[in-house]
Design a protein around this ligand. Sequence first.
Ligand code: CA
Ligand code: CA
Length: 119
Amino acid sequence: MSKIAIAISVLSLTAFSLPTQAQQQPKSLHNANLQALDTNKSGGVSKEEYLQYMNAGYTRLDKNKDGVLSKAELDGIVSSEQFAATDANADGKISKTEYTTQITKDFDAAEKGPNGELK
Ligand SMILES: [Ca+2]
Ligand SMILES: [Ca+2]
């Protein structure tokens, strides 16, 4: 996964954290994330599960509900470089399409098991 996906995943997990999850060490966040994403408990995360989870993250990140993510809304979550890489048309905002393109790319680039799921 690219850094933007990890950052957003961690943020999403934090937003949903149960008290027991919050006590876990930072190094276990990655596995905890994957477990949280594995809604059908297949032991891996399918593209569908991943995109569904990340799209829910988009809605939460869009604090002013204008349908796009501004730099201010992603402040402290992604670097300027990550923001620029995702902002394909360079209008200073990340649209749902740009976001979906990025997270799809992230999933496709990630290491996956034989069944095509993240593990
Ligand atoms: Ca917004
Ligand atoms: Ca844009």
